[in-house]
Ligand binder design. Sequence first.
Ligand SMILES: N[C@@H](CCC(=O)N[C@@H](CS)C(=O)NCC(=O)O)C(=O)O
Length: 217
Amino acid sequence: MTITITAFERSPDGGKGLARDTRVRWALEEVGEPYQVRLVSFPALKEPAHLALNPFGKIPTYQEGDLALFESGAIVLHIAERHAGLLPADANARARAIAWMFAALNTVEPPILELVTAKLLESDQPWSKERLPLVAGRIRDRLRQLSARLGDADWLDGGFSAGDLMMVSVLLRTRPSGILDEFPTLAAYVARGEARPAYKRAFEAQAAINTAKPPGP
Ligand SMILES: N[C@@H](CCC(=O)N[C@@H](CS)C(=O)NCC(=O)O)C(=O)O
């Protein structure tokens, strides 16, 4: 059955791979599943046809036969559960890999998103300048803890898993602020993720769309 995901017609990051379709593409590339991409404009995200797929009007979505999913975490978990390569066979190790996915999305990503919101949407507020260091400090707290746990291991819990895929995807969002490079252990971890052939294919596929010249007059 054909898998179709949605992605931005034009990502605001200009092809840096930070939009959340990249993590879904990466998961599909890791398990070797072919997929199609339907590109969606910002206005179309808020139209009924897209809201039927994602009530919050966002990408990515995932369709496969009768199944329609939204939320990048749910999509990556679905892919990982149905195909070999992203979750360990041992039941306890599998549960721990899923816990790392939740940690990425629920513990590490929120302060990172907070900084993006603070910079993009609150910069005109009189309190914005004072608040930014607080928000950045919350990211540093989390990264310090994560870095201590990772130590000199390659991946978070044994072999590469969907937990690492999600954590690397989330950490990549701290690179533009420079915070990632303050944590050499995590910067090296992210670089290991980026060096995976499946990540490279996913990155290049989204970059091809987002760096293509718009059709001229
Ligand atoms: N928690 C959701 C977040 C989805 C999300 O925020 N997607 C962004 C792109 S990375 C989006 O579609 N933004 C467009 C908008 O909010 O209008 C997920 O992980 O899938």
